[in-house]
Structures are given as C-alpha cells and as structure tokens.
Design a protein around this ligand. Structure first.
Ligand code: AMP
Length: 285
C-alpha cells in the first residue's frame, strides 16, 4: 500500500491509474482511528473497483466544538496497517493545511437535508462534511465512493450533493457494523470508560424497543419514540440529545410509520456523543 499526503501526488496517482491504465477507483473517506466498520467499507469498495483509496483526514471544518476536535483519536500508523490488511491500495492522509490552504473560502451547503437531526445540534457540521467530501472527490476522482449507514444523515447529504452537482461518482452505502452487544462501532467509543461502555448499549436497546413497538402494532411516531426514550431513560449515564422518527429519504419528521421510517438518535454518555439509527419497516399483517 502506498501512503500519500500531498494533494498533487494524489491527483497524479489518480490521473495515471484512471487515465493511462483505465482502472476503476473507489474512495473510502474516514477520519481514522479505524475499526471493523471502516474496514467493511474497504471490503465493499474492493468489490466495486480495481483500486481502493482510503483517506484519513480529521476534518476541522466539520467539528462544531474545539474540544471534540482536540481529543478526536488519532493513530495513523495503526490505521495504515489495518488498511493495508484490508486491501486498500493507497492511504491518503493529508494535513489540514493541504486541504484548506491559507485563504480557502469555498464551502458547500446542502440545505434542507442538513437541517434536522444532527444538523440541528451541530451547527456547520454538514457544511464541513460536504465541503471535504467534494474536495476529496475532486482530488481522487473516484468512480465509486463508500459511506456507512451509521452516519445516515451524512450519507443522505452526500447523495444529494452528488445529484445536485452532477458529480460522476457512484455512492455506495455499507450497513452498520456493531459490537457483540449491539453498540455501533465508532471511533468515539474509545473515549468511553468501562461503566460508560456498558451504558452505551442503551442506544441499540432503544432502537430495538422502537422496532418492537412497531412489531406490536404501534404506528404513531409519538408512541415509537416514547418506547425508545423510555429505554434510554433507564440508563442513568445517558442524556438524550434527540430521538426522532423521520422519512428515510427526506429526513422530514413523520407522525406515523408508513411503509418505512428511520428511527434515529443521538445520546451523550458522559462527555461522549454517540449516534445510531435503524430503518423500521411495517410488516404486512
Ligand atoms: P468516520 O471515520 O467516523 O468519519 O467514518 C468514516 C466512514 O465510516 C463513514 O462513512 C461512516 O459512516 C463509516 N462508519 C463509521 N462507523 C461505522 C460502522 N460502525 N459501520 C459501518 N460504517 C461505519
């Protein structure tokens, strides 16, 4: 696996591989501190392209809190070894100044999809995400890019940006990879102390409670969200940021489950913010 940290070298690599060799390139954008969830994206990318570029870039523009950026876990050496093992061909790990050179003043805003859920609690977050992803697309020129359903709203924002800007990139979604007890894998799980780690199971339990409510015949968002919120309330270390039932495509709040609805939540466990989601489907009676 080759490691690249300069934009110009990454562009040159892509020009050669895509242009001269005619190969298909996949991009897997990450912020590092990799886990099996990230590696599943690389595996999926491998199946859809001849070469896989994984980027590791802790994007300052998407952090709404300086303390979160400062303590975001970084472990580039270990990330490189994991990516090589998973079959990535290039690790692209630029510095912040390489991606945002002095004077950079162009940003991308996806308007409505970025408003609800995490967007309502993290000002500027999705503007930072969309901007860095567009920059990565224009540097790497991927044919395919892979994102995780763990960050469901992010995936929706990127898909919309690709559609609105006519970007020639196929966006693929990878399912959420979970720990044995159901906790969605996340780089931020590293911040959890032992008691917090045990408490963090409440997110998956809350989603399961919402799903069980639908299976038991509940249809209203109020009842389904209450089932999830009640489950979270049983965990003293959990502080709910939001629990929401939304349309899986528009992310607009729904009052009832139609065929499908997305149950999404953000919960603080101590000083760590965790998110999770599940698509709930109404089964035929
Ligand atoms: P991050 O490094 O947290 O910015 O995540 C990079 C990519 O990995 C994003 O597309 C995430 O949605 C995806 N990802 C993170 N955690 C998981 C997980 N547990 N399962 C699947 N994909 C994930």
């Amino acid at each position: 696996m080759r490691a690249i940290d300069q934009v110009s070298a990454m562009q040159a690599w892509s020009r050669e591989v895509r242009g001269r060799d005619g190969l298909k390139v996949a991009l897997v954008p990450t912020m590092g501190a990799l886990h099996a969830g990230h590696l599943s994206l690389v595996t999926l990318a491998r199946r859809h392209a001849d070469r896989v570029v994984a980027s590791v870039f802790v994007n300052p523009a998407q952090f709404d809190r300086a303390d979160d950026l400062a303590r975001y876990p970084r472990d580039l050496e270990r990330d490189g070894a994991l990516l090589a093992g998973a079959g990535a061909d290039v690790l692209f790990a630029p510095d912040a100044a390489e991606i945002y050179p002095p004077g950079a003043q162009t940003f991308v805003t996806v308007e409505e999809l970025a408003q609800p859920l995490c967007g309502a609690h993290r000002p500027g977050h999705f503007r930072g995400v969309a901007t860095v992803v567009l920059k990565l697309f224009s540097i790497v020129q991927p044919d395919v890019a892979v994102f995780g359903e763990k960050d469901y709203q992010q995936l929706a924002v990127i898909r919309r940006m690709v559609r609105d800007l006519f970007l020639d990139v196929d966006v693929l979604a990878a399912p959420i990879v979970r720990e044995a007890d159901g906790l969605a894998m996340s780089s931020r799980n590293r911040h959890l102390a032992a008691a917090e780690r045990a408490a963090a199971r409440c997110l998956a339990a809350a989603l399961a409670a919402g799903e069980a409510a639908v299976a038991a015949g509940e249809r209203t968002a109020a009842a389904i969200c209450a089932a999830a919120t009640d489950e979270l309330a049983r965990e003293p270390l959990a502080r709910v940021e939001y629990v929401a039932l939304v349309d899986p495509d528009t992310l607009a709040a729904v009052t009832e489950v139609g065929e499908r609805a997305l149950l999404a939540l953000a919960v603080w466990i101590g000083s760590t913010r965790l998110i999770d989601n599940r698509v709930l489907e109404r089964r035929a009676p």
